[in-house]
Write a protein that binds this ligand. Structure first.
Ligand code: XMP
Length: 207
């Protein structure tokens, strides 16, 4: 069970800005809702980690915007490191995992908080937590912005969850399709026609 109750998002609620209407079917989480929820998550995390030696481990590259906003809401001394993970597979399906960048800092004996963009099948978080746990941190918790619980294959839950969302392929706010859309300030739903037209058999692309 997450340590704080995630916000449930069930339907696409917001209108898409005209520039993105050809590619996006709707806005699932608005910029305002993202910022409000991240402020709440930051407060909860700050309370839980007060006085501890914390290392935030962010998974590249989908977490960039979430991490930047969340870090500003964490009011305690911390360090940040990055782990590169790529999933390879067809189209929007999760495939095999490859670590593309290792940690620089030593995690042994420190409190590690892994930050990821979205928890989907759970394969990524399972592999990452397994790798970090083997390095003997003092504690290990996970924080994700989005949770697509319906798609879970591995039995894994994140400790801090921003929004629980339906089974839709989402982009924006760091999340990409074929490296595009990361810069959108909201989380949008990609039109199926877009990923069907662009599905490449060899690779989903770096995260
Ligand atoms: P797993 O299946 O390992 O997936 O939990 C985690 C990683 O897969 C990517 N992912 C997505 N990326 N829109 C995206 O842009 C999505 O709807 C989506 N679902 C999964 C993402 O990189 C995540 O860290």
């Amino acid at each position: 069970m997450p340590l704080s109750k995630p916000r449930l998002v069930q339907t696409v609620q917001h209108r898409v800005p005209p520039l993105h209407r050809a590619d996006l079917a709707g806005v699932l989480v608005s910029e305002t809702d993202l910022q409000k929820r991240i402020a709440v998550m930051g407060r909860a995390i700050s309370k839980d980690y007060a006085g501890k030696d914390v290392l935030v481990v962010s998974l590249l590259s989908g977490t960039v915007l979430f991490l930047a906003d969340l870090l500003r809401r964490m009011s305690f001394p911390l360090r940040v490191d990055f782990l590169g993970v790529s999933s390879y597979g067809a189209g929007t399906e999760s495939g095999d995992l490859v670590f593309t960048k290792d940690l620089r800092l030593d995690v042994r004996g420190v409190h590690v908080l892994v930050v990821d963009d979205i928890l989907d099948t759970g394969k990524t978080l399972r592999a990452v937590t397994g790798k970090i746990a083997a390095l003997r941190p003092a504690s290990l918790r996970t924080c994700v912005l989005l949770d697509k619980r319906e798609r879970r294959i591995e039995s894994i839950e994140a400790d801090y969850v921003g929004f629980r969302i339906p089974n839709l392929f989402v982009v924006g706010y760091g999340l990409d399709f074929a490296e595009r859309y990361r810069n959108l300030p909201f989380v949008g739903v990609l039109r199926p026609e877009v990923f069907e037209a662009n599905a490449r058999p060899e690779r989903k692309g770096p995260r």
